[in-house]
Design a binder for this molecule. Structure first.
Ligand code: FAD
Ligand code: UDP
Length: 365
């Protein structure tokens, strides 16, 4: 008999398993995929750590979280500085003085601010009703048309006028020459890959791969006192109120016989006509010097049940549905829901670590 049955070997499940083991509890981790790590799984190809489910950069401003993850891996000094390719023109991201200089030839922050003010003058509104209005209101026509519109419409499969304004609030605008995408104090990638980091977290737990909890719920429930469930909450309840919606992705990965394909880890393709949103060149996450390179093209895709759920679509309909499931979950005595799928939220890795540590402390101490 185990103390905990942990459904899902992603970051949330692994942190909880590690914390439980530290306190002498026995855990069984079950995972429906053929590998541990969930979406942060990396696998080695040509000596390069390939981020199989999309580029993952660890960043946080929490000293506690940073110290915690570094018990399981050494982190390199990678800083995310993606560039945008719009019809062959290259722009730095996030929107900063380098971007504004390339767009308009402006040199000082004052010149850039004046240019943006002039660009957005005709779109000023107190209450933007959709993403297009929000973006025009924030940065004006040039940045919107070259760097936002096409990318966003591909990513979400809808016109920018049909999307909520909130999505674009995540893109910072800076009047300094700083291409660092994140504003957090700490940032890096685990040397040797995320999978090795997760394996270390899971060292003291029993792990069963290729096991879908929902296909043998009753017999698996008998193996433990309590269950930590990190799969989709609606699937747990057999979709009794309906399906929560997601946006999906697929990746086309290729090994190329050249050492350096695009000169940067992340290149966003911001025009609508190119069907993928970005190309990841994995070796640049770890300053690789191999003779070959591995790239992944990332294509946004519609989601249907059975596809990989990537981005929750947190609109009113889905949030309301989620709350119905939460009312059922609140009544569970043996089950704790956690992670991005269990709580139907977009969560960065540092949020996941923070939340898993918090829940572990509450549950185990
Ligand atoms: P998951 O990793 O999804 O783990 C859940 C696990 O449960 C999976 O392995 C799944 O197979 C398993 N499972 C589900 N159902 C069952 C079942 N019935 N039986 C058994 N097993 C089951 N965060 C950052 O901080 N930086 C980034 O740069 C970043 N980039 C991202 C890029 C993309 C494209 C996406 C989509 C996300 C990105 N994230 C990033 C977020 C990051 O991926 C998540 O924070 C993290 O992976 C969530 O971990 P988790 O354990 O909650 O979920
Ligand atoms: N975005 C954009 N142009 C870009 C990159 C992002 O317009 O070159 C917008 C887009 O709407 C996207 C949002 O910003 O959905 C958040 O993008 P980010 O890359 O920060 O998030 P991720 O997709 O990596 O989770």
């Amino acid at each position: 008999m185990y103390d905990y049955l942990i459904v899902g070997s992603g970051l949330f499940g692994a942190v909880f398993a590690c914390e439980a083991a530290k306190r002498g509890r026995h855990c069984l981790v079950i995972e429906k995929r053929g590998h541990v790590g969930g979406n942060i799984y990396t696998r080695e190809l040509e000596g390069i750590q390939v981020h199989q489910y999309g580029a993952h950069i660890f960043h946080t401003s929490s000293r506690e979280v940073w110290d915690y993850v570094r018990q399981f891996a050494r982190f390199n000094r990678y800083t995310n500085c993606p560039v945008a390719n719009y019809k062959g023109e290259i722009y730095n991201l996030p929107f900063n003085m380098n971007t504004f200089n390339r767009l308009w030839g402006v040199v000082t922050p004052r010149q850039a601010e004046e240019k943006i003010k002039e660009q957005k003058k005709e779109y000023q509104t107190e209450h933007p009703r959709n993403l297009e209005e929000q973006a025009l209101n924030l940065v004006g026509r040039d940045v919107y048309e070259k760097l936002i519109k096409g990318y966003t419409e591909k990513q979400w499969g809808r016109r920018a006028t049909e999307l909520p304004p909130e999505i674009i609030r995540r893109l910072p605008v800076r009047f300094v020459y700083d291409n660092n995408y994140f504003s957090d104090i700490y940032q890096g990638i685990p040397i040797g890959g995320y999978t090795a980091m997760i394996e270390k977290m899971l060292e003291k737990a029993d792990v069963r791969l290729n096991t879908d909890y929902l296909l043998q719920k009753e017999s698996l429930d008998d193996l433990a006192h309590k269950i930590i469930y990190t799969g989709p909450i609606d699937a747990f309840y057999d979709y009794c109120f309906g399906e929560l919606e997601y946006r999906s992705l697929f990746f086309e990965t290729e090994i190329l016989e050249e050492p350096n394909y695009q000169g940067n880890a992340v290149v966003n393709y911001t025009e609508y006509e190119v069907p993928y949103t970005r190309i990841i060149e994995h070796k640049h996450f770890e300053f690789g010097t191999q003779e070959k390179t591995v790239i992944s093209r990332e294509y946004p895709a519609a989601w249907k049940r059975g596809d990989e759920p990537y981005y929750p679509v947190n609109n009113d309909r889905n949030n309301c549905l989620y709350r119905q499931y939460v009312r059922l979950a609140d009544k569970e005595e043996r089950v704790i829901f956690g992670g991005r799928l269990g709580t139907y939220r977009y969560m960065d890795m540092h949020h996941v670590v923070e939340e898993a540590l918090h829940i572990a402390q509450r549950e185990l101490d």
